[in-house]
Write a protein that binds this ligand. Structure first.
Ligand code: APR
Length: 326
Protein backbone atom coordinates (compact mmCIF):
# COMPACT_ATOMS: atom_id res chain seq x y z
CA UNK A 1 0.00 0.00 0.00
CA UNK A 2 1.12 3.55 -0.70
CA UNK A 3 2.18 5.68 2.20
CA UNK A 4 0.00 8.61 3.16
CA UNK A 5 1.36 12.05 3.97
CA UNK A 6 -0.64 15.00 5.28
CA UNK A 7 0.78 18.47 4.78
CA UNK A 8 -0.90 21.14 6.89
CA UNK A 9 -0.58 24.59 5.34
CA UNK A 10 -0.89 24.81 1.57
CA UNK A 11 1.24 27.95 1.35
CA UNK A 12 4.68 28.23 -0.20
CA UNK A 13 6.45 25.58 1.87
CA UNK A 14 3.49 23.19 2.03
CA UNK A 15 2.62 23.30 -1.68
CA UNK A 16 6.24 23.05 -2.83
CA UNK A 17 6.72 20.11 -0.49
CA UNK A 18 3.60 18.48 -1.92
CA UNK A 19 5.08 18.83 -5.41
CA UNK A 20 8.43 17.36 -4.36
CA UNK A 21 6.82 14.41 -2.61
CA UNK A 22 4.29 13.78 -5.39
CA UNK A 23 7.15 13.59 -7.88
CA UNK A 24 8.82 10.92 -5.73
CA UNK A 25 5.73 8.79 -6.39
CA UNK A 26 5.70 6.67 -3.23
CA UNK A 27 2.87 8.28 -1.28
CA UNK A 28 -0.56 9.83 -1.52
CA UNK A 29 -0.75 13.36 -0.23
CA UNK A 30 -3.43 15.34 1.60
CA UNK A 31 -3.02 19.11 1.67
CA UNK A 32 -4.90 20.87 4.47
CA UNK A 33 -5.40 24.62 4.86
CA UNK A 34 -7.95 26.91 6.48
CA UNK A 35 -8.37 29.00 3.34
CA UNK A 36 -11.30 27.62 1.39
CA UNK A 37 -10.40 26.40 -2.07
CA UNK A 38 -6.64 26.89 -1.66
CA UNK A 39 -5.66 23.32 -0.79
CA UNK A 40 -8.27 21.91 -3.17
CA UNK A 41 -7.03 24.07 -6.06
CA UNK A 42 -3.34 23.33 -5.48
CA UNK A 43 -4.02 19.62 -5.00
CA UNK A 44 -5.97 19.40 -8.26
CA UNK A 45 -3.27 21.31 -10.12
CA UNK A 46 -0.63 18.91 -8.79
CA UNK A 47 -2.76 15.89 -9.65
CA UNK A 48 -3.08 17.14 -13.20
CA UNK A 49 0.72 17.36 -13.50
CA UNK A 50 0.99 13.61 -12.79
CA UNK A 51 0.40 12.37 -16.35
CA UNK A 52 3.08 14.68 -17.74
CA UNK A 53 5.70 14.27 -15.02
CA UNK A 54 4.85 10.61 -14.58
CA UNK A 55 3.52 9.97 -11.09
CA UNK A 56 0.45 8.25 -9.71
CA UNK A 57 0.41 9.97 -6.32
CA UNK A 58 -3.12 10.94 -5.37
CA UNK A 59 -3.21 14.51 -4.12
CA UNK A 60 -6.27 15.72 -2.22
CA UNK A 61 -7.00 19.14 -0.78
CA UNK A 62 -9.19 19.76 2.24
CA UNK A 63 -10.19 22.29 4.87
CA UNK A 64 -10.66 19.52 7.43
CA UNK A 65 -8.93 16.44 8.78
CA UNK A 66 -11.21 13.56 7.78
CA UNK A 67 -9.31 13.01 4.51
CA UNK A 68 -6.01 12.96 6.39
CA UNK A 69 -7.01 10.05 8.65
CA UNK A 70 -4.47 7.27 8.94
CA UNK A 71 -1.51 9.31 7.66
CA UNK A 72 1.99 7.92 8.21
CA UNK A 73 3.56 11.37 8.31
CA UNK A 74 2.00 14.75 9.14
CA UNK A 75 4.01 17.82 8.20
CA UNK A 76 3.02 21.05 9.96
CA UNK A 77 3.77 24.21 7.95
CA UNK A 78 0.74 26.25 9.01
CA UNK A 79 1.30 29.59 10.60
CA UNK A 80 1.67 33.22 9.79
CA UNK A 81 4.73 35.27 9.01
CA UNK A 82 5.56 38.29 11.12
CA UNK A 83 3.55 41.30 10.02
CA UNK A 84 4.62 44.95 10.42
CA UNK A 85 4.09 46.10 14.00
CA UNK A 86 4.01 42.57 15.33
CA UNK A 87 6.57 41.63 17.95
CA UNK A 88 8.37 38.32 17.90
CA UNK A 89 6.40 37.37 21.02
CA UNK A 90 3.09 38.16 19.29
CA UNK A 91 4.16 35.87 16.47
CA UNK A 92 5.03 33.12 18.92
CA UNK A 93 1.60 33.32 20.55
CA UNK A 94 -0.26 33.35 17.26
CA UNK A 95 1.67 30.45 15.78
CA UNK A 96 1.53 28.45 19.02
CA UNK A 97 -2.26 28.73 18.87
CA UNK A 98 -2.32 27.67 15.21
CA UNK A 99 0.10 24.78 15.69
CA UNK A 100 -1.73 23.56 18.82
CA UNK A 101 -5.04 23.61 16.98
CA UNK A 102 -3.87 21.78 13.87
CA UNK A 103 -1.81 19.21 15.77
CA UNK A 104 -4.73 18.40 18.05
CA UNK A 105 -6.92 17.58 15.06
CA UNK A 106 -4.27 15.92 12.94
CA UNK A 107 -2.95 13.69 15.74
CA UNK A 108 -6.49 12.55 16.57
CA UNK A 109 -7.06 11.62 12.92
CA UNK A 110 -3.64 9.93 12.57
CA UNK A 111 -2.66 8.59 16.00
CA UNK A 112 0.28 6.58 14.62
CA UNK A 113 1.80 9.31 12.47
CA UNK A 114 5.24 10.86 12.73
CA UNK A 115 4.85 14.65 12.97
CA UNK A 116 7.44 16.82 11.24
CA UNK A 117 7.21 20.43 12.39
CA UNK A 118 8.27 23.24 10.06
CA UNK A 119 6.38 26.27 11.43
CA UNK A 120 8.51 28.91 13.11
CA UNK A 121 9.87 29.52 15.67
CA UNK A 122 10.72 25.93 14.94
CA UNK A 123 12.08 24.44 18.16
CA UNK A 124 9.29 26.04 20.19
CA UNK A 125 6.55 24.93 17.80
CA UNK A 126 7.92 21.39 17.98
CA UNK A 127 7.55 21.59 21.77
CA UNK A 128 3.91 22.62 21.34
CA UNK A 129 3.32 19.75 18.89
CA UNK A 130 4.85 17.21 21.28
CA UNK A 131 2.73 18.37 24.22
CA UNK A 132 -0.53 18.63 22.30
CA UNK A 133 -0.21 15.33 20.43
CA UNK A 134 0.91 13.37 23.47
CA UNK A 135 3.04 11.35 21.05
CA UNK A 136 6.35 9.84 22.18
CA UNK A 137 9.33 11.99 21.28
CA UNK A 138 10.31 9.52 18.56
CA UNK A 139 7.30 10.70 16.57
CA UNK A 140 7.73 14.48 16.78
CA UNK A 141 10.74 15.97 15.01
CA UNK A 142 11.46 19.48 13.75
CA UNK A 143 13.03 20.52 10.48
CA UNK A 144 15.76 23.12 10.77
CA UNK A 145 19.18 21.52 10.76
CA UNK A 146 18.87 19.99 7.30
CA UNK A 147 18.05 23.45 5.94
CA UNK A 148 20.77 25.26 7.91
CA UNK A 149 23.27 22.59 6.87
CA UNK A 150 22.19 22.84 3.24
CA UNK A 151 22.77 26.59 3.30
CA UNK A 152 26.19 26.14 4.88
CA UNK A 153 27.09 23.46 2.32
CA UNK A 154 25.90 25.60 -0.57
CA UNK A 155 28.00 28.58 0.57
CA UNK A 156 31.07 26.39 1.18
CA UNK A 157 30.73 24.84 -2.28
CA UNK A 158 30.37 28.30 -3.85
CA UNK A 159 33.45 29.54 -2.01
CA UNK A 160 35.62 26.63 -3.11
CA UNK A 161 34.14 25.94 -6.52
CA UNK A 162 33.42 22.45 -5.19
CA UNK A 163 30.49 20.16 -5.84
CA UNK A 164 27.86 20.40 -3.13
CA UNK A 165 27.96 16.60 -3.11
CA UNK A 166 31.52 16.70 -1.79
CA UNK A 167 30.69 19.11 1.03
CA UNK A 168 29.67 17.60 4.35
CA UNK A 169 28.72 19.93 7.17
CA UNK A 170 27.33 19.81 10.66
CA UNK A 171 25.04 22.46 12.10
CA UNK A 172 23.51 21.96 15.55
CA UNK A 173 21.45 24.00 17.97
CA UNK A 174 18.40 26.16 17.40
CA UNK A 175 17.20 27.43 14.07
CA UNK A 176 18.47 30.94 13.41
CA UNK A 177 20.64 33.15 15.56
CA UNK A 178 21.60 30.42 18.00
CA UNK A 179 22.63 27.90 15.37
CA UNK A 180 25.94 26.14 16.16
CA UNK A 181 27.94 25.22 13.05
CA UNK A 182 30.58 22.60 13.79
CA UNK A 183 33.31 23.79 11.47
CA UNK A 184 35.80 21.21 12.76
CA UNK A 185 33.50 18.41 11.54
CA UNK A 186 32.76 20.06 8.19
CA UNK A 187 34.72 18.69 5.27
CA UNK A 188 35.13 18.95 1.50
CA UNK A 189 35.93 15.57 -0.05
CA UNK A 190 37.18 14.52 3.37
CA UNK A 191 39.41 17.59 3.95
CA UNK A 192 38.40 19.80 6.94
CA UNK A 193 37.09 23.17 5.70
CA UNK A 194 39.35 24.92 8.22
CA UNK A 195 42.32 23.65 6.14
CA UNK A 196 40.85 25.14 2.98
CA UNK A 197 39.35 28.46 4.04
CA UNK A 198 41.03 31.10 6.26
CA UNK A 199 39.38 31.43 9.68
CA UNK A 200 38.11 34.97 9.08
CA UNK A 201 36.48 34.08 5.78
CA UNK A 202 35.00 30.92 7.29
CA UNK A 203 33.44 33.02 10.03
CA UNK A 204 31.79 35.21 7.36
CA UNK A 205 30.35 32.10 5.71
CA UNK A 206 29.06 30.89 9.06
CA UNK A 207 27.42 34.26 9.66
CA UNK A 208 25.80 34.21 6.21
CA UNK A 209 24.43 30.76 7.06
CA UNK A 210 23.04 32.05 10.34
CA UNK A 211 21.35 34.89 8.47
CA UNK A 212 20.32 32.61 5.59
CA UNK A 213 16.59 32.94 6.18
CA UNK A 214 16.76 36.71 6.66
CA UNK A 215 18.82 37.17 3.47
CA UNK A 216 16.03 35.55 1.45
CA UNK A 217 13.29 37.51 3.23
CA UNK A 218 15.05 40.79 2.47
CA UNK A 219 15.33 39.87 -1.20
CA UNK A 220 11.77 38.60 -1.58
CA UNK A 221 10.27 41.51 0.40
CA UNK A 222 7.14 39.46 1.06
CA UNK A 223 7.31 35.87 2.26
CA UNK A 224 10.21 33.68 3.20
CA UNK A 225 12.24 30.83 1.73
CA UNK A 226 10.49 27.71 0.53
CA UNK A 227 12.52 25.84 -2.10
CA UNK A 228 15.30 24.83 0.27
CA UNK A 229 12.98 24.37 3.27
CA UNK A 230 10.68 22.05 1.31
CA UNK A 231 13.68 20.10 -0.03
CA UNK A 232 14.92 19.66 3.54
CA UNK A 233 11.56 18.36 4.76
CA UNK A 234 11.32 15.97 1.81
CA UNK A 235 14.67 14.45 2.77
CA UNK A 236 13.41 13.86 6.31
CA UNK A 237 10.16 12.33 5.03
CA UNK A 238 12.17 10.04 2.72
CA UNK A 239 14.30 8.90 5.65
CA UNK A 240 11.20 8.08 7.71
CA UNK A 241 8.97 6.46 5.09
CA UNK A 242 11.71 4.71 3.13
CA UNK A 243 13.44 3.75 6.40
CA UNK A 244 16.81 4.95 5.13
CA UNK A 245 18.17 5.32 8.69
CA UNK A 246 20.04 8.40 7.52
CA UNK A 247 21.62 10.65 10.15
CA UNK A 248 20.24 14.15 9.65
CA UNK A 249 20.43 17.22 11.86
CA UNK A 250 16.92 17.53 13.29
CA UNK A 251 15.24 19.29 16.17
CA UNK A 252 14.61 16.63 18.80
CA UNK A 253 13.18 16.70 22.35
CA UNK A 254 16.38 16.14 24.30
CA UNK A 255 16.39 13.97 27.40
CA UNK A 256 19.89 14.47 28.71
CA UNK A 257 21.77 14.18 25.43
CA UNK A 258 24.41 16.89 25.10
CA UNK A 259 23.61 17.81 28.70
CA UNK A 260 20.20 19.26 27.69
CA UNK A 261 16.86 18.11 29.00
CA UNK A 262 13.24 18.95 28.33
CA UNK A 263 13.49 21.16 25.25
CA UNK A 264 13.92 20.73 21.52
CA UNK A 265 17.26 21.49 19.93
CA UNK A 266 19.02 20.56 16.72
CA UNK A 267 21.20 17.46 16.99
CA UNK A 268 22.30 14.69 14.63
CA UNK A 269 19.46 12.19 14.59
CA UNK A 270 19.02 8.85 12.86
CA UNK A 271 15.64 8.82 11.14
CA UNK A 272 13.84 5.74 9.91
CA UNK A 273 10.58 3.83 10.16
CA UNK A 274 8.66 5.27 13.10
CA UNK A 275 10.61 8.56 13.20
CA UNK A 276 13.57 9.19 15.50
CA UNK A 277 15.66 6.04 15.94
CA UNK A 278 18.60 7.48 17.81
CA UNK A 279 20.27 10.73 18.81
CA UNK A 280 23.91 10.65 17.80
CA UNK A 281 26.25 12.29 20.29
CA UNK A 282 29.38 13.65 18.65
CA UNK A 283 32.27 15.03 20.65
CA UNK A 284 31.96 18.80 20.95
CA UNK A 285 34.57 21.39 21.80
CA UNK A 286 33.96 23.38 25.00
CA UNK A 287 32.82 26.52 23.14
CA UNK A 288 30.46 24.48 20.91
CA UNK A 289 28.98 22.72 23.95
CA UNK A 290 28.41 26.09 25.62
CA UNK A 291 26.86 27.52 22.46
CA UNK A 292 24.51 24.53 22.24
CA UNK A 293 23.52 25.06 25.88
CA UNK A 294 22.79 28.75 25.22
CA UNK A 295 20.75 27.80 22.19
CA UNK A 296 18.62 25.43 24.30
CA UNK A 297 18.23 28.13 26.97
CA UNK A 298 16.85 30.50 24.33
CA UNK A 299 14.23 27.89 23.35
CA UNK A 300 13.35 27.30 27.00
CA UNK A 301 12.82 31.04 27.54
CA UNK A 302 10.29 31.25 24.71
CA UNK A 303 8.53 28.08 25.88
CA UNK A 304 8.27 29.63 29.35
CA UNK A 305 6.83 32.78 27.80
CA UNK A 306 4.06 30.68 26.25
CA UNK A 307 3.49 28.93 29.58
CA UNK A 308 3.03 32.30 31.28
CA UNK A 309 0.70 33.63 28.59
CA UNK A 310 -1.23 30.45 27.93
CA UNK A 311 -4.61 32.16 28.37
CA UNK A 312 -3.91 34.14 25.19
CA UNK A 313 -3.86 30.89 23.27
CA UNK A 314 -7.37 29.60 22.97
CA UNK A 315 -6.12 26.08 22.63
CA UNK A 316 -6.28 24.35 26.00
CA UNK A 317 -2.56 23.76 25.98
CA UNK A 318 -1.08 20.95 28.10
CA UNK A 319 2.06 21.78 30.11
CA UNK A 320 4.98 22.28 27.74
CA UNK A 321 7.81 21.62 30.15
CA UNK A 322 6.33 18.57 31.85
CA UNK A 323 8.88 15.90 32.70
CA UNK A 324 9.08 13.30 29.95
CA UNK A 325 7.20 10.04 30.50
CA UNK A 326 9.37 7.39 32.15
N1 APR B 1 -4.94 25.57 9.70
C1 APR B 1 -4.46 25.26 8.48
N2 APR B 1 -3.70 26.11 7.74
C2 APR B 1 -3.42 27.30 8.27
C3 APR B 1 -3.86 27.69 9.56
C4 APR B 1 -4.65 26.76 10.29
N3 APR B 1 -5.12 27.05 11.51
N4 APR B 1 -3.40 28.93 9.80
C5 APR B 1 -2.68 29.31 8.73
N5 APR B 1 -2.69 28.33 7.79
C6 APR B 1 -2.10 28.32 6.48
C7 APR B 1 -2.25 29.64 5.72
O1 APR B 1 -3.57 29.77 5.20
C8 APR B 1 -1.19 29.52 4.65
O2 APR B 1 -1.72 28.99 3.44
O3 APR B 1 -0.69 28.14 6.53
C9 APR B 1 -0.16 28.54 5.26
C10 APR B 1 1.19 29.16 5.47
O4 APR B 1 1.72 29.41 4.22
P1 APR B 1 2.64 30.68 3.87
O5 APR B 1 2.05 31.89 4.50
O6 APR B 1 2.90 30.66 2.39
O7 APR B 1 3.98 30.40 4.67
P2 APR B 1 5.20 29.47 4.19
O8 APR B 1 6.18 30.29 3.45
O9 APR B 1 4.68 28.24 3.57
O10 APR B 1 5.86 29.12 5.60
C11 APR B 1 5.20 28.29 6.51
O11 APR B 1 7.19 27.45 7.51
O12 APR B 1 9.39 28.00 7.20
C12 APR B 1 8.27 28.17 8.01
O13 APR B 1 8.56 30.38 8.94
C13 APR B 1 7.81 29.61 8.05
O14 APR B 1 6.27 29.32 9.85
C14 APR B 1 6.39 29.45 8.45
C15 APR B 1 5.99 28.14 7.79
Amino acid sequence: MRHKITIIGAGNVGATLAQRLAERDYADIVLVDIVEGLPQGKALDLLEAGPVVGYDSLITGSNGYAESAGSDVVVVTSGIARKPGMSRDDLVMTNAGIVAGVVRQASAASPDAVIVVVSNPLDVMAQVALAVSGFPRERVVGMAGVLDTARFRAFLALELGASVRDVQAYVLGGHGDTMVPLTHLSTVAGVPVADLIPAERLEQIVQRTRDGGAEIVSLLKTGSAYYAPSAAVAQMVDAILLDTRQVLPCSVHLRGEYGISGVFSGVPARLGAGGLLEVIEVALSEPDQRALGRSADAVREVVELIERSRTQIQADLPPLLAPPPA
